[in-house]
Design a protein around this ligand. Structure first.
Ligand code: S3P
Length: 174
C-alpha cells in the first residue's frame, strides 16, 4: 500500500506531461508540480543554461534532489522531465508514493510536436533530431515501461487526462 497518493507522469519530451498533468490536477483539485520548473527555480537559470554551463551530469543531480523532495508530497500530480527514468533511484522514489503513468507517443509525433515549440531541448539540438528521438526512445523504453500504466498520449489533453483519472479511480478501488 502506498503511503501517500501522487500521480506521476513519465514519458519522452513533448509527450504532454505538463499540459495533461495540469488538467488532471485541476479536475482532481490536487496540486501540480513539474520537476523541470522546480529545477529552474532552484538553480535560478534555464535548463538550457544548466546544460551549457554545468553539463548533463550536474542537471541529473539537481533532478534527483528535486525528485526526492517532490516524492514526499501528497495528492500532487508530478510531471517529470523525460530523462528522469534513467536513474533507478528516481523511479524507486516516485513509485514509493505515486502511481506512475507513461504517456506514450510515436517518435514522428514527438518530433512534430517538438518542432512546433519554442522551448529548446538541449538534448535535441542536433543535426538529426528525429534520429536522436528514435535513439533515446529505444534506450529509455524499458524504463518508461516500468510505469504502472501506459497511456496513449496521442489524443486531446482532455481525453488523455480522462484516461489517467479513470485508471487512477480503478487503481484506488482495487
Ligand atoms: C530531458 C527532458 C526535458 C528536460 C531536459 C532533459 C530528457 O524535460 O528535463 O531537457 O532527458 O529527456 P521534458 O521531458 O519536460 O521536455
Amino acid at each position: 500500500m502506498k503511503s501517500s497518493w501522487n500521480i506521476v507522469l513519465v514519458g519522452f519530451m513533448g509527450s504532454g506531461k505538463t499540459t495533461v498533468g495540469r488538467e488532471v490536477a485541476r479536475r482532481l483539485g490536487w496540486s501540480f508540480v513539474d520537476t523541470d520548473d522546480e529545477i529552474v527555480r532552484q538553480a535560478g537559470k534555464s535548463i538550457a543554461a544548466i546544460f551549457a554551463d554545468e553539463g548533463e551530469e550536474h542537471f541529473r543531480c539537481l533532478e534527483t534532489r528535486v525528485v526526492r523532495k517532490l516524492a514526499a508530497m501528497n495528492e500532487t500530480v508530478i510531471a517529470t522531465g523525460g530523462g528522469v527514468v534513467k536513474n533507478p533511484d528516481n523511479l524507486r522514489l516516485l513509485a514509493a508514493t505515486g502511481v506512475l503513468f507513461w504517456l506514450q507517443l510515436e517518435p514522428e509525433e514527438i518530433h512534430r510536436r517538438i518542432s512546433g515549440q519554442r522551448i529548446t531541448r538541449p538534448l535535441l539540438k542536433v543535426p538529426d533530431p528525429l534520429g536522436e528521438i528514435r535513439n533515446l526512445l529505444r534506450e529509455r523504453e524499458s524504463y518508461y515501461a516500468q510505469a504502472d500504466f501506459t497511456v496513449n498520449a496521442n489524443g486531446t489533453v482532455d481525453a488523455v487526462a480522462s484516461m489517467i483519472i479513470a485508471e487512477m479511480n480503478g487503481w484506488r478501488g482495487r
